[in-house]
Design a protein around this ligand. Structure first.
Ligand code: HEC
Length: 160
């Protein structure tokens, strides 16, 4: 995922708080660390964009649709935090944070399936990637029948 992020500049940035475009004002939602959090997810395939350790967070608004189906209400937010994968004494452990991504329900964003997609560096600074090419195309391919949400609640909550 990092490779994709580096060097890509998105001309239009949107505020997460409003639907009015504003350059450079996109930011991560405050307090997302206290939302419901997925189990630890490890992707070992080095070729995968998701190589490493990640956790998905979902706010209360979106939880009903995630669990039981139905439309995601306007403003529902998912955040995914990625870490490098390290091996210590033969065990897989999470290393440094590598990047953070956001999906926020916004019906105005028709070109990206009614979601606002944004990528951030490990400190939460916007990375300025193109949300259509670098986010939506993949979500469209994998989850067009699930409102472009790829992960499932069963897998989010599964104990391993
Ligand atoms: C190559 C495919 C691919 C690309 C490109 C991609 N994603 Fe995803 N995304 C996934 C997969 C697969 C999951 C589910 C991960 C899981 O189940 O743990 C996911 C999950 C997510 C989630 C959690 C909600 C959900 O759909 O499960 C968010 C938020 C997200 N991605 C945002 C983004 C953003 C923002 C970008 C662009 C910077 C992006 N993604 C690019 C494949 C992709």
């Amino acid at each position: 995922m990092r490779k994709l992020v580096v060097g890509m500049i998105c001309a239009v940035m949107l505020s997460t708080a409003a639907t009015v475009p504003a350059v450079g004002t996109v930011s991560l939602p405050k307090g997302y660390e206290s939302w419901e959090k997925s189990r630890q997810k490890i992707v070992e395939d080095k070729k995968s964009l998701f190589h490493g350790v990640h956790y998905i967070y979902l706010d209360k608004k979106g939880m009903k649709a995630y669990k039981g189906g139905g439309d995601y209400p306007q403003g529902s937010r998912f955040v995914v935090v990625f870490h490098n994968l390290k091996v210590e004494a033969g065990k897989q452990v999470e290393g440094k944070k590598s990047m953070i991504v956001l999906m926020q329900r916004d019906s105005e964003r028709k070109e990206t399936g009614g979601w606002f997609f944004a990528g951030f560096g490990p400190e939460g600074k916007p990375s300025g990637i193109d949300p259509v090419k670098n986010c939506f195309d993949c979500h469209k391919k994998d989850a067009a029948d699930r409102q472009f949400v790829i992960s499932t609640y069963e897998d989010f909550a599964r104990k391993n």
